[in-house]
Structure formats: C-alpha cells, structure tokens
Design a protein around this ligand. Structure first.
Ligand SMILES: NC(=O)c1ccc[n+]([C@@H]2O[C@H](COP(=O)([O-])OP(=O)(O)OC[C@H]3O[C@@H](n4cnc5c(N)ncnc54)[C@H](OP(=O)(O)O)[C@@H]3O)[C@@H](O)[C@H]2O)c1
Length: 251
C-alpha cells in the first residue's frame, strides 16, 4: 500500500518512540523520510536502522530549525508531510513548578512546534499534511502534568487556527492525542524504574482496552493523515488511547 510514494516526510524527534515508529511506517508507505533529534549519536543510529536521512536539530533553537529547513531543502526539495512530534514530559506537582520546568516544556512542546511549522511553511508543498503530536493530557487533570498538559492544550488550539489559515493552500493540519504509550519518554523523567512500573500499572487499569498504546498504534494514524486518503480532514484531533478519554475513572 504505497500511499505516500515519492512524498517527502519530515519527522521531528524521529530517533525514538512514536517518531521512530512513524518514520518506519511512512517509509514503508513509500515516502522519503527525514528524521531529526537532539543527539548526533541517537539520530545517526536510528537513521541507519531505518534507512532514512537523519539531521540533528534541537527545536528549542530557532536557528537550528532554520538550518534543518535549509538542509532538507537542499537534499530533498519541498516537503509533503511534516510530523511535529518532538516533545518532552517533566512531571511536577503544582507548588514545585520551576521556571526551568516551565521553559523546557513550553520551549520544546509548544514554541518548538510552532516554529517548526513557521520555518517549514515556505518549503511545504500546497496540499501538504502537518500532523501535531499532542496528548489526551490536554483534556485531563492528571496530577503532576499541569505544565505538560498546558503545552499540549496550546498545541491543539494552534492546530485549529493553523488549519483554517492554511486551508487556502490545501495544507491540512491535524493533531493526534495519544493516551499512555510505551516509549522511552517515561525513562527520561527522572522517575525510578519502580515508580514508572507503578504508574504504568495504575494507568493501564484506567484504559478500557486494558493495555498501553504501542508506538505503531499512533504511527498507523500518522500514515493515514499524511496520505491523500485523508484529503478532506483538517483541523481535527484524534484520540488514540484505548478509550481512556471516555472514562478515566474506570477501574
Ligand atoms: N509516550 C506517551 O505516553 C505519550 C502520550 C501522549 C503524547 N506523547 C507525545 O509523543 C511525542 C513523542 O514522544 P515519545 O513518547 O515517543 O517519547 P520519546 O521516545 O522520548 O521520543 C521523543 C523524541 O523527541 C525528541 N526530542 C525531544 N526534545 C527535542 C528537541 N528539543 N529537539 C528535537 N527533538 C527532541 C527526542 O530526542 P532525544 O532522544 O534527544 O530525547 C525523541 O526522539 C511527544 O511529543 C510526547 O509529548 C507521548
């Protein structure tokens, strides 16, 4: 099913988790894929495994995004699919929110996402698909996620406005809200393995389908929204969460 044959797709944060699985899926559907990330070693390793192009670009830096766009333009020309996926999660209860925790998450999850779209816009083909990776946290009051959740709520709001403004160019903009998904993101929070396992147990119980999401569950929707099969879909959000948003109190 080569629905993306010959398309150029950029995946930010593509060296791990959901971005990695999505890069693999987009490539399998025929796209020429570029992944990005913060570390030369991690990006290089993932790019080699996936057989795609890897470019180091930390989205916290606007000049790094400029460099990324220039490199993509030089190596691949214009872009058809922009998967704005790079993100971090720093849990902290209200009362212990520091400026660093605030700036890091808003800097990467929201400002980084906004300027990824801004900077790529000149080299996006008309009819391109932008997919913003948000979270069901945008709509929940899950403890310790106040700032993370706010970054995702902001991203969903940006998605809606971008969809209307970019419609004249037939550029579609949609968001995906995953529920808990098994990726390395939790190991990067500073939580111990025991804490992560405890959290996973609790969260899994609250998912009606009684399992964590897998990165491929999200990648399947990314590939669909990227394709012309989704050509009448813009300004929308999709929960991919095993039903968690329907009844978060289910036990
Ligand atoms: N896993 C979940 O349960 C879940 C649920 C809802 C939403 N999400 C969202 O899904 C997205 C992907 O997360 P994931 O779960 O797949 O986690 P992950 O495995 O940690 O992947 C995140 C990716 O983003 C990259 N990244 C982080 N900061 C970056 C920056 N400043 N510039 C460029 N790349 C950066 C990471 O690179 P490094 O290798 O350098 O860290 C990594 O490649 C995030 O936006 C996250 O908020 C995840």
């Amino acid at each position: 099913m080569n629905t993306l044959q010959g398309k150029v797709a950029v995946v930010t944060g593509g060296n791990s988790g959901i971005g990695y699985a999505s890069a693999a899926k987009l490539k399998a559907r025929g796209a020429n894929v570029i992944i990005t990330g913060r570390s030369e070693e991690r990006v290089g390793k993932a790019a080699a495994e996936l057989g795609v192009t890897g470019i180091v670009a930390d989205v916290i830096s606007l000049s790094a995004i400029d460099n990324l766009v220039n490199q993509v333009k030089e190596s691949h020309g214009n872009v058809d699919v922009l998967f704005v996926n790079a993100g971090i999660f720093i849990p902290a209860p209200i009362g212990q929110i520091t400026e660093e925790i605030y700036d890091a998450q808003f800097g990467i999850n929201f400002k980084g996402a906004v300027f990824t779209t801004e900077k790529f816009l000149p080299i996006l083909n008309d009819g391109a698909s932008i997919i913003n990776l948000s979270s069901i946290n945008a709509y929940t009051g899950m403890p310790n996620t106040a700032i993370y959740a706010a970054t995702k709520a902001a991203l969903n709001s940006f998605t809606r406005t971008a969809a209307t403004e970019l419609a004249p160019r037939k550029i579609r903009v949609n968001a995906i809200n995953p529920g808990p998904t098994e990726t390395p993101i939790f190991g990067k929070t500073g939580m111990s393995e025991e804490q992560i396992n405890g959290l996973a147990q609790v969260m899994q119980q609250r998912v009606p389908l009684k399992r964590f999401g897998q990165p491929e569950d999200i990648a399947n929707l990314v590939a669909f929204l990227a394709s012309d099969e989704a050509s009448f879909i813009t300004g929308s959000e999709y929960n991919v969460d095993g039903g968690m948003n329907v009844n978060p109190l289910l036990s």
